[in-house]
Design a protein around this ligand. Structure first.
Ligand SMILES: [Zn+2]
Ligand SMILES: [Zn+2]
Length: 500
């Protein structure tokens, strides 16, 4: 243990983002002269350049390959910047469904940003790209992204890598990376519970993992079981409707919202009494993304595949040939923008962005917050610095960012503070039920124990969560656990005899 280690046998790890925080994930691993970059996200709590990983702290021209785990903004949204605005010259890989959704998400985010600048946006989804690049940059760099299949090994420049299903969202993968005999497993964001549409993550079989790089979003805290959580969620939503209110579910445009739509559709199918309340899915991307979901049925679990096959059989017998697949909803209406929304009476509204920074979900929050009959139901993970995080503290007022721009909002009983800072009273209820599809503390610890790597590097967690998980792991097993901050270089010795 104490004998000096040759520099050549060291694995170097650097988090350019996502180190002791959730957001802007981007990590570098170097071993035997090879460099792999993991993810290229933005931070949802910041804007513009401040939202980027610390790319200036590393020479991106030395990167051989860049592996993207999934399409979420905190893992993929700075990729156009990396490809169009830096000296990066390596290869980029993601799974087929990830690229299909990434393409729509990125284009939409730039358009939303443009609308947001031109007026006060009334449509749109996840406007998080603040002029870091334009739509042409996205289109120009799309051909540079190579798509790969799950469970298939690829090699570039002596680096072998294999994507395995990670649960979480459609297309999400964990990567097993082999450099000169050293095996590194990067989980990205992952989940292991049974889902209505996704295959849960499993341990790559019969592989020795030397180093595990693992998310730590929920630290050591535990989720209540999935079925209980679904029941509680539906009780909360129907409770809001029963008292004559509107239920706002802020969601990321695509991903976990599809799981929530399946839950709601199923509940409405079984409870006729609620069918008088419309369910809206407010996303300009709804239709485009549904096509992706209908295309990649093979990347989903048996529940969806069986429903799809049953619908095809039924459809082939019908005169009109129409089969109602699992993504053809009967009780859910998609809404392209708020201009087409008739706001009368109770309803359930899924609207993006998920953390209510701006856009449709923020507009509706500002409109509905003053009425105590209404309710906000948070189902995703809320990053520090966003409205979704601050509203859980149930503040008396919230700042208006969508309603004070062009016209006075007398009807909102808003109070003018200073020049244009308008505060809106918050009397609606706020509840949280996590359907974010991250492992909880227990699932994560069990996975880490099963992988049984001698070295574990924790990423993607707020500092206190990460440290609590770290001390729990150190108490359990003999392993080295690292929890580096951003830009803190970690040098890990791997002796040749261990990895040969
Ligand atoms: Zn994610
Ligand atoms: Zn994430």
């Amino acid at each position: 243990e104490t004998e000096p280690v040759d520099k050549a046998d060291e694995l170097t790890f650097i988090a350019l983002g996502g180190g002791a925080e959730v957001g802007r994930s981007s990590h570098i691993i170097q071993y035997k002269g090879k460099t792999v970059m993991l993810d290229a996200g933005v931070h949802p709590g910041y804007e513009g350049f401040a939202a980027l990983p610390f790319y200036d702290e590393f020479d991106l021209s030395t990167v051989d390959i860049l592996l993207i785990t999934h399409f979420h903004m905190d893992h993929a949204a700075s990729l156009p910047y990396v490809l169009a605005k830096t000296n990066f010259s390596g290869r980029v890989y993601m799974t087929h469904p990830t690229k299909a959704i990434y393409k729509w998400l990125m284009q939409d985010s730039v358009r939303v940003q443009n609308t947001h600048i031109a007026s006060s946006a009334t449509s749109g989804t996840d406007g998080y790209v603040n002029q870091l690049f334009n739509e042409q940059d996205i289109l120009n760099t799309l051909p540079m992204i190579q798509t790969i299949s799950f469970n298939t090994t690829h090699t570039h420049n002596g680096i072998r890598f294999t994507p395995y299903p990670a649960g979480h969202v459609l297309g999400a993968c964990m990567y097993l990376i082999e450099i000169a005999g050293l095996n590194v497993l990067f989980t990205g964001d992952y989940s292991r519970e049974d889902d209505r549409h996704l295959i849960p993550a499993s341990i790559p079989r019969s592989v020795r993992v030397d180093c595990l790089i693992c998310e730590s979003t929920f630290g050591i805290s535990s989720h209540i079981p999935r079925l209980e959580r679904e029941t509680a969620l539906m009780k909360s939503i129907t409770g809001i409707l029963n008292r004559g209110g509107r239920a706002l579910l802020p969601v990321f445009a695509v991903g976990r919202s599809q799981e929530l739509l399946l839950i709601l559709e199923d509940y409405w199918a079984r409870h006729e009494e609620y069918r008088k309340y419309p369910i809206y899915y407010a996303s300009s991307l709804a239709r485009k993304c549904m096509v992706v979901y209908q295309t990649y049925i093979d990347a989903m679990n048996d529940n969806i595949r069986n429903k799809f096959q049953a619908a095809q059989l039924a459809g082939s017998g019908a005169a009109d040939g129409a089969g109602n697949g699992p993504w053809d909803f009967q009780y859910i209406r998609s809404l392209k923008s708020l201009e087409r929304f008739d706001d009368v009476g109770g309803c359930v509204m899924l609207a993006s962005p998920g953390m209510m920074q701006n856009g449709v979900s923020r507009s509706l929050l500002e409109r509905w917050a003053p009425d105590p009959k209404n309710g906000v139901v948070i189902t995703g993970y809320s990053v520090e610095g966003t409205m979704a995080k601050s509203i859980m503290l149930e503040p008396d007022t919230i700042p208006a960012v969508m309603t004070n721009r062009n016209q006075p909002q007398g009807g909102l009983m808003s109070k003018k503070l200073g020049d244009d800072k308008v505060m809106i009273p918050r009397r609606c209820t706020v509840q949280e039920y996590s359907f974010a599809a991250h492992v909880d503390g227990t699932e994560n610890r069990k996975f880490i124990e099963e992988v049984n790597a001698p070295v574990v590097i924790l990423v993607h967690g707020e500092k206190h969560n990460m440290n609590r998980l770290k001390s729990r792991l150190l108490g359990l097993q003999k392993m080295k656990v690292y929890s580096p901050a951003n830009c803190e270089e970690v040098h890990i010795p791997f002796r040749q005899d261990k990895t040969a």
